[in-house]
Design a protein around this ligand. Sequence first.
Ligand SMILES: NC(=O)c1ccc[n+]([C@@H]2O[C@H](COP(=O)([O-])OP(=O)(O)OC[C@H]3O[C@@H](n4cnc5c(N)ncnc54)[C@H](O)[C@@H]3O)[C@@H](O)[C@H]2O)c1
Ligand SMILES: O=C(O)C(=O)C[C@@H](O)[C@H](O)[C@H](O)COP(=O)(O)O
Ligand SMILES: [Zn+2]
Length: 359
Amino acid sequence: MKTLQIKATTHEYEVVLGEGIRHRIPEMLEKDYQSILIITDDQVSDYYLEDVRQSFTGGQHVHTAVVPSGEASKSMECYEQLLDACTTHQLDRRSLIIALGGGMIGDLAGFTASTYLRGIDYIQVPTTILAHDSSVGGKVAINHPRGKNLIGSFFNPQKVVYDLETIATLSRKEIRSGYGEVIKHAFLSDVNWLESLLDVSLDTLTSRQLEEDLYRGIQVKASIVEKDEKEADIRQYLNLGHTLAHAIESELGYGRVTHGEAVALGLLYALKLSSRKSDKDLRVNDYVNWLRKNEYPLDLLRGLDAEKLVDRMKWDKKTIGRQINFVLLDGVGHPYVQAMDDSLLLNELKCVIEEVGNG
Ligand SMILES: NC(=O)c1ccc[n+]([C@@H]2O[C@H](COP(=O)([O-])OP(=O)(O)OC[C@H]3O[C@@H](n4cnc5c(N)ncnc54)[C@H](O)[C@@H]3O)[C@@H](O)[C@H]2O)c1
Ligand SMILES: O=C(O)C(=O)C[C@@H](O)[C@H](O)[C@H](O)COP(=O)(O)O
Ligand SMILES: [Zn+2]
């Protein structure tokens, strides 16, 4: 078992990584909760809901709420249903919400916890690779048709219980999606790590490498959110690749592309834009080869309208007064934020769609 301590402004919390620890959640809790609501989706529930529920043997009232799996559930409708569930089960300020699932559930259940009774405790129990990112740092949200995560808050969990055994049931597509955020963390932090990742084929990933990558990704995320929890400054770097990714997700309709695959495409665009402004080697060609080797959906770009995507980017949370601000790299491990002209964004996007989408 490995642990990391995260210092948030409201409290410190632990991220625990280990095998089989979903069976041991009660002993990891620091408070004695009498009412618990486990929120999960209808795919994760088939695998892991009973394990978590049955771990509570101390007579607590353990309730469950299951939403449909997929990004479309990060919605006002599901949020309202979950608030209803909180009231039906009369959760109070000494109750606990358990977010059991990937980033969709983490964001949705975390947002519910952050607003019900103006905030009750919750823990993250991530079950995807991608959720090494989403379960840490306290960003919780639901989507709006105009843009991703437009309704949300910063609200940190009491604990993150990351049972690495759960990764075993992920599909190939979800492994690929998770590595979109893993490689983002590498681009943000360390050229040696990036180079080792670029050699990896996700089909032959060893569990040892996966665990190391998850741990390193969480370290990168933790080191940034501890310094700038509410994204006044350097937390914006964690948005590398996301300005385009979120535009693609909302343009296609939530759930048509996975978040991590969209981030992987957005990263490519961010690298191309960065290369226009820096002569540092950003390993762009190696990255394109890595995307192709691992079957990221580059062809998705082909059907997209560059003008519409630039319009969508205006809903990025870094946009101020319709000025789009972009996370770029001046070399691997050296992110910065730059205000960008719409015309430059549009031209480069057309080039990427032409070059990569058709290639
Ligand atoms: N809050 C943050 O800081 C942050 C960071 C990154 C991403 N996100 C958000 O996270 C979401 C994406 O998360 P995700 O990629 O985990 O998606 P997800 O939660 O939708 O999970 C992906 C799919 O995998 C299934 N699944 C989950 N765990 C499984 C398991 N162990 N075995 C088999 N199937 C499993 C789910 O049912 C779903 O169909 C997006 O909404 C994104 O915006 C938030
Ligand atoms: O934690 C952050 O900060 C991030 O930007 C991490 C991203 O991977 C994540 O997708 C996040 O939800 C995006 O935040 P948003 O503020 O752009 O919605
Ligand atoms: Zn993300």
